[in-house]
Write a new protein. Structure first.
Length: 326
């Protein structure tokens, strides 16, 4: 009898001491347009359009204190892959999580129409679900992070009635300097030691949408970049100088040297460290750099997504909450 009582007691103790966070999921995506866009010079270099829309995670029965926003593809990023990793932590801290996709596959936000589409979707979600326009954080790796920087720039430079009250940005291992990126890919193509699909794809998009190369149209590349080492003015820095910024980098120097024969210049960490330096020069004292070491990442590959996957999300959410208390 005593043994049975102890077992029942332990069972109820475990059940009632375990935190349970109820979540409500809302999803809206439009039908896919039956069309495609050119992404290279080859006869088969076309991508089909993807679903435009959003996924929203709401902590149920709670007053929402803020919103985490990810500008993810609805297909090529494995639909909300990054944002899903924050659902539990965000719900625990009473934050909503919003993932927004345009219809453009692997959208670099070259077009203003992409950013307008994103803005309309965000406004629609905030209005329909009465989200607080306060404590807004943009997060993301790879194109998810780049899109955030492009969207913030667009929003701040446009005369839009609806303006998000952004508190901070979580920068994770993505390209900021597209002049450097173009040269990186030119070197990749020249030495021909890796799969050249990505270098050719990205340089085609850059040259097509920015009207040439960094040699022929440097100002276009500077304007498109959040930060550029070759840009003496770096006018875009002032757009981000009033936000709290946490940056994650994973240099993976030995991996890139061994697997890709890439130098320190062919590394997103170069961009991000330069970006933080310029923010400090502009007067931003609310920046933080987190350097992930090889032992932090168990993935066999070292890329932007694996960097995001390896981040301690509990600690990150604690940091986000602390920023809202300042």
């Amino acid at each position: 009898m005593k043994t049975t009582f102890k077992v029942l007691f332990l069972f109820f103790l475990i059940v009632f001491s375990t935190k349970s966070f109820s979540q409500k999921m809302v999803e809206y995506y439009e039908p896919v347009k039956n069309d495609s866009i050119r992404v290279g010079i080859g006869e088969n270099d076309f991508f089909s359009f993807i679903q435009k829309g959003y996924t929203l995670m709401l902590p149920e029965n709670k007053e929402i204190k803020g919103v985490l926003i990810f500008l993810e593809d609805s297909k090529y990023d494995k639909k909300n892959r990054s944002s899903k990793q924050m659902y539990t932590q965000a719900s625990e801290k009473d934050f909503a999580v919003l993932s927004v996709s345009t219809e453009i596959p692997l959208d670099f936000y070259f077009s203003e129409s992409s950013m307008i589409s994103t803005h309309k979707l965000i406004k629609e979600v905030f209005d329909e679900y009465n989200l607080p326009n306060d404590n807004i954080f943009f997060l993301g790796a790879s194109l998810v992070g780049h899109r955030a920087m492009r969207y913030i720039k667009f929003m701040k430079e446009s005369d839009l009635a609806f303006q998000l009250k952004i508190k901070g940005i979580v920068v994770c291992n993505f390209t900021m300097d597209f002049t450097r990126k173009w040269y990186q890919h030119q070197r990749d193509i020249r030495i021909n030691r890796i799969d050249l699909w990505e270098p050719k794809f990205i340089n085609y998009l850059l040259e097509t949408n920015l009207g040439g190369t960094p040699k022929t149209n440097p100002e276009k590349y500077h304007n498109f970049s959040s930060y550029s080492y070759s840009d003496e003015k770096n006018e875009n820095i002032k757009i981000y100088k009033d936000y709290v910024v946490r940056a994650y980098i994973e240099p993976a120097i030995e991996y890139k040297l061994t697997k890709q024969l890439r130098t320190l210049y062919e590394n997103n960490s170069t961009d991000i460290v330069g970006f933080l330096a310029e923010l400090k020069l502009a007067g931003n004292e609310n920046t933080e750099l987190i350097i992930l070491q090889p032992e932090n990442n168990s993935s066999e590959k070292r890329n932007t997504q694996s960097t995001w996957d390896s981040i301690n999300k509990d600690e990150l959410m604690d940091w986000i909450q602390k920023q809202t208390e300042k």
